[in-house]
Design a protein around this ligand. Structure first.
Ligand SMILES: [Zn+2]
Length: 112
């Protein structure tokens, strides 16, 4: 049982080119869950509003933001590592229910 194997199953960071330049890929952020880099447009921006984690859909809310793949596995990893607390400079604990719901609705949307 390796973490590497588990991450490979998620698949979304498996196709990163190792050496090719990507001139127009835009700003790169790091997912607070799996710690893999991703383009700003591919990651969700998560902010804290009164101890509640919410998705900053427009990526324009003020204050600190944490970046997360739209993947329940990444949400779980981030929660277990208390990565949101570090990224958002907030002691927590946080309620991640809103984020989880958002991910679920996105998945259903994509599937349909
Ligand atoms: Zn991730």
């Amino acid at each position: 049982m390796t973490r590497r194997g588990r991450l490979a199953e998620a698949g979304h960071q498996a196709r990163l080119p190792s050496s090719e330049p990507r001139p127009h890929s835009g700003p790169v952020r790091t997912c607070v869950g799996c710690r893999a880099p991703g383009s700003r447009s591919a990651l969700l921006r998560v902010v804290v509003v009164q101890d509640l984690l919410v998705v900053d859909v427009a990526r324009s809310m003020p204050g600190r933001g944490a970046w997360l793949h739209p993947d329940p596995g990444c949400l779980e990893l981030a929660t277990r590592r208390r990565a949101f607390g570090r990224a958002l400079r907030h002691a927590g604990p946080f309620d991640t229910a809103v984020i989880a719901e958002h991910l679920e609705s996105q998945m259903h949307h994509d599937a349909g």
